[in-house]
Design a protein around this ligand. Structure first.
Ligand code: F6R
Length: 607
């Protein structure tokens, strides 16, 4: 994780680096730091915690200099303290780093034997001291950096500056993304185009194993073998405009209220409303011919994928395997010849999902990514990408991006069913009509805010919470539990309601809220009877249902929130919104850091 940025500029670098770091804070907020060159000397300012702490340090002790690097950290090696904050290094070189240097222990022992004295436990300092050692042994900066890069293993991106070398910045990529930005007589480097957008729109991405040497007006790229190479410069479409909270208290609240628009925009890409048809761009596989589909992703994106499995199996009658990317990449599953894979990701930078995609492609699977960031590594490296139109999602907990993923998966399931002849034209029209109602229904769900807040007041007192659902709502139960854990720090689990009797029902007592997703439809009776079993044991049932399901549930449930009737197909999209809202309100009541919950980062770029 971590965000890195560098500026080879003509005006004060620190304020510009600080602004870029603000746009990278989604990658981690354990500590932050900036180093610049001041009259040839390296100077650093660092602070534990979020960027406002660094701002205070910079205000007290401003950092001049036009060449600099900066970092926002998600701690991997070493506690999140000021001492362990990047940049790391010596009087001769400082480094910022995103990722993990796997052979750091071995290198550290070697460097200590040569007399290097380490100040931190970080793997980053190992790299900095390796460069430093080469400098001490007489190499120039460029040679020292190249030699050190040859020695390190792992997945990372790095940027470094050198004492006495005004106008020189060296950066490298191996497994973590890095973009070089082109200014007027200035050059920049950043973990993504978003960080650089206020500075420039002209971007070139480093490729695997590349390193680059930047000076005021130019960049020289070198590949993994050290050969000079060219990398394409493109105009990024990422906006440099600041993203604000508007009148909302938190980004998460704002993003929750963007659901109707985001769902409308995303569905508009794949639905033809007049004819009630799904229109998909060309897929990288022939849906009629694939023997199996593998879906993989992490966290909430994986749970969206799980809903996708229900939809695609039901509508397209294709066997679907779904697994979290961190397991799939090491599971070595048998994969059929001519098979296809679906990757789901908001950021498009999640390390495990990218690694799983690499494996799937190497095993001959055609990879289709559902991704929110059009210029992300995943969007660029997949065989094709279907975009969600969620816009920037700043709150660490995924909300609108998750439902937008569902919207694309729903369209894809219908489209694949049509292609395979398992969905008739009439069925396509019916399902498409159901989806077209979703944005308006989402707006109605948001109107239940006060009721959900009242439910949250009860849930906030609990130590453990269960979420139950069946069929395509089972993954939404998992999502409800994940969201609550993530931002309110209350222990929660999601279960398939039919599994209760096989163990979890033992947890039920009058302290445990049982939150169920139970709209009318084919599985209503079954879910309702599972809930009654929990109620009979003192469980406090709270249900999200529709007008048809409400009377039966009201007989034994403590709370019933009535949502619009979405239809059994679109139900997961609509039921995701109240469980996200519930988690939000519980977190606010508990006073947690809603947008930047402890220990988390928005984009998980290390495995
Ligand atoms: C949970 C959440 C995470 C992400 C996961 C994957 O609210 O946001 O579980 O869904 O880290 O991230 P992306 O979608 O960027 O691959």
């Amino acid at each position: 994780m971590c965000g890195i940025v560098g500026v080879v500029g003509r005006e004060a670098a620190a304020p510009r680096i600080f602004e870029a770091l603000k746009r990278l804070e989604y990658r981690g907020y354990d500590s932050a730091g900036i180093a610049t060159l001041v009259e040839g000397r390296i100077e650093r300012r660092r602070a534990e915690g979020k960027l406002d702490r660094l701002a205070a340090v910079l205000a007290a002790e401003p950092l001049p200099g036009t060449l600099g690097i900066g970092h926002t950290r998600w701690a991997t090696h070493g506690a999140p303290t000021t001492r362990n904050a990047h940049p790391h290094g010596t009087a001769r070189v400082v480094v910022v780093h995103n990722g993990i240097i796997e052979n750091h222990a071995e290198l550290r022992a070697e460097l200590e034997a040569k007399g290097q004295v380490f100040e931190t436990e970080t793997d980053t300092e190992t790299f900095a001291r390796l460069v430093d050692q080469h400098l001490l042994e007489g190499m120039g900066a460029e040679e020292a950096a190249a030699a050190a890069l040859k020695r390190v293993h792992g997945a990372f991106a790095l940027a470094m500056i050198f004492a006495g070398r005004e106008g020189l910045l060296i950066c490298a990529r191996q497994g973590a993304p890095l973009a070089v930005g082109f200014g007027e007589g200035e050059m920049y480097v950043g973990s993504d185009a978003l960080a650089l957008a206020p500075l420039t729109r002209r971007i070139a991405y480093l490729e695997e194993g590349d390193h680059a040497i930047l000076d005021h007006g130019t960049v020289r790229f070198f590949d993994a073998e050290g050969r000079p190479v060219q990398r394409a410069v493109r105009e990024t479409s990422v906006s440099g405009a600041p993203t604000g909270k508007g009148n909302y208290r938190h980004f998460m609240e704002k993003e929750l209220h963007e659901h109707p628009v985001v769902l409308g925009d995303t569905l508009a890409q794949y639905l033809e409303p007049a004819q009630r048809r799904v229109v998909l761009p060309a897929l990288p596989f022939d849906a009629r011919a694939i023997p199996r589909l593998t879906i993989t992703a992490c966290g909430s994106a994986f749970l969206a994928g799980l809903v996708g499995r229900y939809w695609i199996e039901q509508l397209a009658r294709i066997p679907v395997d779904a697994d979290v990317a961190s397991e799939l990449r090491y599971r070595d599953p048998p994969l059929p010849e001519g098979g296809a894979a679906l990757l789901v990701s908001q950021s498009g930078e999640t390390a495990d999902t990218l690694a799983a995609m690499k494996l799937l492609r190497a095993r001959g699977q055609s990879c289709l990514a559902i991704v929110n960031v059009a210029e992300s590594s995943m969007a660029r490296e997949a065989d094709a990408a279907l975009l969600t139109v969620a816009g920037p999602e700043i709150g660490v907990a995924s909300t609108k991006a998750f439902t937008a993923q569902l919207a694309v998966l729903a369209g894809l399931a219908i489209g694949m069913g049509r292609a395979r002849g398992t969905v008739s034209e009439a069925e396509e029209a019916r399902l498409t009509a159901e989806l077209l109602e979703v944005p308006a229904h989402a707006a109605e769900v948001l109107e239940r805010d006060a009721e959900i807040r009242a439910m949250a007041a009860q849930v906030a007192k609990a130590r453990d919470v269960l979420f139950l659902g069946r069929g395509n709502l089972y993954p939404i139960a998992l999502e409800g539990a994940l969201k609550l854990k993530e931002i309110s720090y209350i222990h929660a689990e999601g279960y398939a309601a039919g599994e209760m009797k096989h163990g979890p029902i033992a947890l039920i007592d009058d302290q445990v809220p049982v939150i169920s997703l139970c709209p009318s439809g084919p599985l209503f009776e079954k879910t309702a009877s599972n809930l009654q079993e929990a109620a009979a044991r003192g469980g406090r049932i709270m249900a999200f249902t529709d007008a048809e399901g409400a009377p039966a549930l009201s007989r034994f449930a403590e709370r019933v929130v009535v949502l619009p009737h979405a239809g059994a197909f679109a139900a997961p999209i609509l039921h995701a919104i109240p469980v996200q809202l519930l988690a939000y309100h519980v977190a606010v009541l508990k006073g947690t850091d809603v947008d930047q919950p402890r220990n988390l980062a928005k984009s998980v770029t290390v495995e």
